[in-house]
Structures are given as C-alpha cells and as structure tokens.
Write a protein of this length. Structure first.
Length: 264
C-alpha cells in the first residue's frame, strides 16, 4: 500500500464513527420532581422503566419555579410536580416553550392546623396561610371561599389574589408564604393551606389530618411537562404510558391511602 493510501486509510479511521453499541451510550433522562408524593411515585416508576430499557435520574427541587426553567433550558428532560393551572400561568408569564405530555394524579390541597379541628373555630384576627405563588394562592382562596370563610369577586376564576377578596365575614388575616414552608409555619398560624406533596413530606396523611380537603372534581390535576420539541418523542410516550399503568395506579391508591386520585 503506497503512502497516499496509508494516509487516506488513517483519515478514514479518524473520521469513522466508533464501533460502540448504542446501548453503551443510552441516554439517562432527567426528571424534575418536588419532595413527597411526586418523588415517591417517580421512585416507584423508575424500576418499571428500567425493565423497558429506559433509565431516568430523579432530580428533587424544593421550590416550584426551578423545575420548569430547568426543562426549558435543557437541564432536565421532563418534570412532574405541578398542576395544569400553575403550568399554564408559568408558560404565559415566562414564555417557556413547554407543553403538557399527559396527566398523573390529583393531589387535593388541604387546610391544616395544629390549633383547630374545624374551620368554625376560627376567630376574628386569626392568621390563615396561603401559598405566595399566584395559582396555588388562588387555589387556596377558592378553597376558603368554598367553606364560607371569604367571598371573592369572581373576576379571576382559577387565579384570584388577596385583592380579589370581596368579603371576609370572619375577619381572618390572610398571610402569604412560600408553599414549601407552610407545614412549618403551622406552629404560628391558626391554619394554613398546604399542597399535598408538602403535607406528606411533613408527615401528614391528608385524608386523616386535613381540616378540609379539595373535592375530587378539582381542576388542579397534575401533569408531565416537556419541551414542545419533545412532545411526540418515543421516550416521552414510554415514560408517560408506564406511569399511567395499573401497577402505578395501585401504588398511588395503596401508598397514599386515598389522599391522591390517579388521573389516568
């Protein structure tokens, strides 16, 4: 073989793709969750996906803002931590190129207290905590309205704010706090609206410990969020369909004792 052919062969060797199996380079899909029910359920799903050759890494976040930003920026592939109204609000306000890839479960918000057993016990001037983000805060206000503590003006159906309170016959004081801090704040509040994931993380069993819970027909069903470009990707469909399977349904019903409602 002459020198020219040797050089050409060497170049071809450098440019040719390595003979490595695709399995050795299998992608690990990063899924963002919040602590509590979302993380626990995804941990149950993880080995089910592994049996299908899909590996996931579960990344836990302590707030509601970063998981969407991380998916949008490409640091995560998917998240499963939020309800649809919150997601819609985030996409609208922040311009994220994200879409819903399906539903997982309804996690009813509850009013919790370490001081009262019934909302009838609330007195004038008592402090009631609600989450300080617009959608979960609005969700809490709607729950308070449903149980007669306040009356809203009705302008914002799913996302009312404190300024939308038209009547407060009990004279309660609404305190806006970070959702993750609400269980701890119950030491100082008369009552507080707590998302189920944080309630479970704090050791509460919602069906046993909540003073009141949202009804099962709540519009605040939780979803999977992905980048719009990935919506129809096979891996997205596989993760969602595995999550939306009978073994996972039975896990949710048994593990959380009715506190979560499968939405599939």
């Amino acid at each position: 073989m002459n020198r020219r052919l040797l050089i050409l062969a060497a170049l071809c060797g450098l440019l040719a793709p390595p003979l490595v199996s695709s399995a050795a380079e299998a992608k690990v899909y990063k899924i963002g969750v919040t602590p509590g029910v979302h993380e626990q359920t995804m941990e149950f799903v993880k080995p089910l996906l592994a049996k299908k050759g899909i590996e996931i890494e579960i990344v836990s976040f302590s707030d509601y803002v970063l998981p969407n930003q991380a998916v949008n920026d490409g640091d995560l592939d998917m998240n499963a931590f939020q309800h649809k109204p919150y997601f819609d609000n985030q996409v609208k306000d922040r311009g994220y190129k994200l879409v819903s890839a399906g539903t997982n479960f309804l996690a009813p918000m509850g009013i919790y207290s370490k001081k009262i057993k019934s909302l009838d016990e609330l007195k004038k001037g008592d402090s009631v905590g609600i989450p300080n983000d617009p959608t979960n805060g609005g969700r809490a206000l709607l729950l308070l309205q449903k149980h007669g503590l306040i009356k809203l003006d009705g302008a914002n159906i799913l996302t009312p704010g404190v300024p939308d309170i038209a009547a407060n016959p009990r004279g309660i004081k609404i305190v806006e706090l970070d959702a993750a801090q609400m269980p701890r704040a119950l030491e100082d509040l008369a009552a507080g609206a707590v998302n189920t994931n944080y309630a479970v993380q704090a050791g509460f069993l919602p069906t046993r410990d909540a003073v009141v819970l949202e009804a099962a027909d709540s519009p605040y069903v939780n979803i999977f969020a992905v980048r719009a470009a990935d919506k129809d990707a096979p891996w997205v469909k596989e993760i969602v369909s595995t999550y939306q399977s009978e073994p996972v349904r039975q896990f949710i019903l048994k593990e959380f004792k009715g506190s979560l409602v499968p939405a599939f």
